[in-house]
Ligand binder design. Structure first.
Ligand code: GTQ
Ligand code: FE2
Length: 365
């Protein structure tokens, strides 16, 4: 009887497989996990190691071949995929003087944060935006954009996109067939006056009533550039306030009309760590990419210490304990997180862990 049953079960397994079925009872342990799966791992990419390789690429990989000259961060836990976390894509991009990337648009939302050089620009939906170190430029889902370098020195910026998330939703579309009045074009005509975004929207708490705030296909900020001098001034003004024990002095770049994140899927932030500041350990269901803008320090992620310097990039995967320290002086970190996506799905959660080991649930953002 026993024997008969086991051979029936063997046949069932074979039949299930042939019928493209999986026996739930065999996969349960892998499906019914009690903690978010750890796929991406904590990692730091050092500018000192990558900058010389970017220089080699700038001399040997013609812009005509690559269109966008990017070295993409590949998280060591993601099997060689060009993703920095399970939901975020990021890259260092370099453009030599005179180079440009042809106009295109895509369903992933994108942003760039400038690290080196003056003369870089992005034209977004007809607005040409010159870029300098620390500036954040948005190219949200559906907005045509082209970029390049008008200056005399190479420019480097960090791109962050929600590519893996959009890919998981099977919704990735890139388009290159830009045309104006039926004529195919590789760069957009400039249809907005210079400084358009900042003239309209960079006065906190004051927004124009005479323009349509919808500038693209989805809900995103109508302000396409956030200038470093404004961010620096805000951080400076707040520097002597207590801040958050978990996030120090962190500001979010917001949509000036809605007050929400600048794009539907990602939140962009800058954090000032005061000299000697050490944050309290936290973990979130959102994952993050950090770019070091100023100073040096250490972030401990999942028990491993990562020492960072200007222009280094590191990732904090979902649900791992981490905290920052800036023992050597003031530091500024720029970061991008997928938290708005998790919030919209009711999945955003944040915990803190005090020095005595007590875990507290925190208001998640
Ligand atoms: O600058 O538009 O690194 O579309 C990857 C895809 C940059 C960009 C990337 C992109 C861009
Ligand atoms: Fe793009």
């Amino acid at each position: 009887m026993q024997h008969e049953q086991s051979s029936v079960r063997t046949t069932l397994s074979r039949d299930a497989s042939a019928l493209n079925l999986v026996e739930f009872w065999k996969e349960r342990a892998d499906i019914e996990i009690q903690e978010p799966r750890k796929t991406a791992v904590p990692h730091l990419w050092q500018w000192s190691e990558i900058s010389p390789r970017l220089a080699v690429a700038s001399k040997t990989v013609p812009i005509e071949e690559c269109e966008r000259r990017a070295l993409v961060f590949a998280n060591p836990g993601l099997g060689g995929k060009p993703y920095i976390t399970s939901t975020l894509f990021a890259a260092y991009s370099l453009y030599n003087p005179g180079e440009s990337a042809p106009v295109h648009r895509h369903t992933p939302c994108a942003s760039r944060f400038v690290l080196e050089g003056n003369g870089g620009f992005t034209t977004v939906a007809g607005e040409k935006i010159p870029m300098s170190r620390g500036d954040l430029v948005l190219t949200p889902h559906g907005c045509w954009h082209d970029h390049g370098n008008d200056g005399t020195e190479s420019v480097v910026w960090v791109d962050v996109l929600d590519v893996p998330l959009i890919e998981a939703l099977n919704s990735t579309v890139f388009e290159f067939d830009y045309a104006e009045e039926g004529q195919a074009k590789t760069t957009q005509s400039i249809t907005r006056p210079s400084g358009y975004s900042t003239r309209l929207y960079s006065y906190g708490g004051i927004t124009p009533t005479f323009v349509d705030h919808q500038r693209g296909s989805v809900d995103h900020s109508p302000m396409f550039v956030y200038r470093w001098e404004d961010t620096r001034e805000a951080l400076k003004a707040m520097a002597n306030l207590p801040g958050s024990p978990y996030d120090a002095i962190t500001v979010e770049y917001t949509n000036p009309v809605s007050g929400g994140s600048v794009m539907p899927t990602m939140s962009h932030r800058s954090t000032l760590l005061r000299a000697g500041e050490k944050t309290v350990s936290q973990r979130k269901t959102a994952s993050s990419v950090f770019v070091v803008l100023e100073g040096s320090g250490t972030t401990e992620i999942d028990g491993v210490r990562f020492d960072w310097k200007p222009n280094d990039v590191f990732c904090v995967p979902a649900w791992v304990w981490h905290h920052h320290e800036a023992p050597g002086g003031e530091a500024v970190l720029y970061s991008v997180t997928d938290s708005p996506s998790l919030t919209k799905l009711g999945l955003m959660r944040k915990q803190g862990r005090t020095n005595d080991g007590a875990i507290v649930e925190l208001e998640a953002a």
